[in-house]
Ligand binder design. Structure first.
Ligand code: SAM
Length: 332
């Protein structure tokens, strides 16, 4: 059985899709096969850039193509993941989610649109724009917290949106915020509005979000198997609700299980996160990279996920080394 230390050694094909030093509006596309050594994230990007003659830049957005699977990893086996020091206090249920401060979290992360979120939203909007269809859909944002931008990205595609979160203060914050969302969310909509169907969305997004959205307090690990949605987002949840690798994998599986076969989804993850603080209180993380995200998605039957590594443009806090965006379609 493979253990965690070996997981970093698989070869990725990296495609550099954007290069900040080239100046506004210019993009660079290069392909190079590399063998990632330990800490494959930004190091891999730097190596790829160096190999192709480009200036090394850890802020680069990188599209990652997974190699064919030789042997599936045992993602639901604890031995695949690094051991945690205190398992009893490392699981999702051990953390004080009802003490999560939504206002502090929102102010820190989303009061102003940062470049990293702009890139994620732009890619997500482009992806979802290709998934429009006539029939109305029901969408879910899992672990919504105090972030409205995943819901905005699904808005034109949905007649009904559910924002689900375990935490009482987060659910309360969401119920208030969707009634008439703050002007700080307008720049997020403007990024989406560069693309159809957002540009020609016939309603005021503020009113549409209010009218179409329901907030539900719920646990990702205890959803009703009889209830499924047609499109879903999950941003910074699976890797940021526990320190246990198996729970990360289970959370991804539970999210995909909420969606009907064939549903499009967009997920985002913090890479290499050591955990985070909200209003002075510590919350957990599993330090994952794109290999874990791609491998776990495949484990749950997602055939060809689009994976991007979003290098750090504006460091939000210490203790992470970028973000990962993964988009695709539920198998079936
Ligand atoms: C790091 S925050 C992410 C919030 C938001 N999605 C974002 O994009 O910033 C993690 C969120 O997961 C929620 N959460 C924690 N455990 C959960 C569970 N078992 N089921 C559903 N949500 C959970 C927390 O309350 C918190 O809002």
């Amino acid at each position: 059985m493979r253990r965690f230390v070996e997981l970093h050694s698989c070869p990725y094909k990296l495609v550099l899709t954007s290069s900040a030093p080239s100046g506004p509006g210019r993009s660079v596309e290069r392909e190079c096969a590399i063998n990632t050594s330990p800490g494959c994230g930004n190091l891999a990007v730097d190596e790829a850039a160096a190999a192709s003659g480009a200036r090394s830049d850890r802020r680069t957005v990188t599209r990652i193509e997974l190699p064919p699977t030789e042997k599936p990893e045992e993602w639901l086996d604890a031995a695949t993941w690094p051991p945690v020091a205190d398992p009893e206090h490392s699981v999702n249920a051990a953390f004080p989610w009802n003490k999560f401060d939504p206002l502090s979290y929102q102010r820190h992360h989303y009061e102003h649109l940062v470049e990293d979120d702009r890139r994620i939203l732009d890619l997500a909007g482009q992806f979802l724009a290709t998934r429009t269809r006539e029939e109305p859909r029901r969408g879910i944002d899992m672990g919504a917290g105090s972030n409205l931008y995943p819901a905005l990205a699904m808005l034109p595609l949905c007649e009904e949106l559910t924002l689900m979160d375990l935490s009482t203060p987060n659910a309360d914050w969401l119920r208030t915020e969707i009634k008439d969302y703050a002007p700080s969310w307008d720049p997020f909509w403007e990024v989406l509005a560069q693309h159809e169907p957002y540009r020609t969305f016939p309603e005021d997004p503020r009113h549409a979000l209010r009218d179409r959205t329901r907030v539900r307090q719920g646990d990702i690990f205890q959803t009703d198997p009889g209830e499924q949605w047609d499109i879903g987002t999950m941003f910074f949840v699976a890797e940021s609700i526990s320190m246990v690798g198996v729970e990360f994998a289970k959370a991804v599986g539970a999210f995909l299980g909420c969606l009907r076969p064939g549903s499009p989804f967009v997920t985002a993850f913090m890479a290499g996160s050591q955990g985070y603080e909200v209003a002075g209180r510590r919350f957990p993380a599993v330090p994952i990279d794109e290999h874990h995200v791609g491998g776990v998605l495949r484990h749950y039957g997602v055939e060809d996920p689009s994976l991007y590594r979003i290098g750090i443009h504006e460091q939000l806090r210490p203790g992470y080394d970028g973000m990962i965006l993964a988009m695709g379609q539920v198998s079936g």
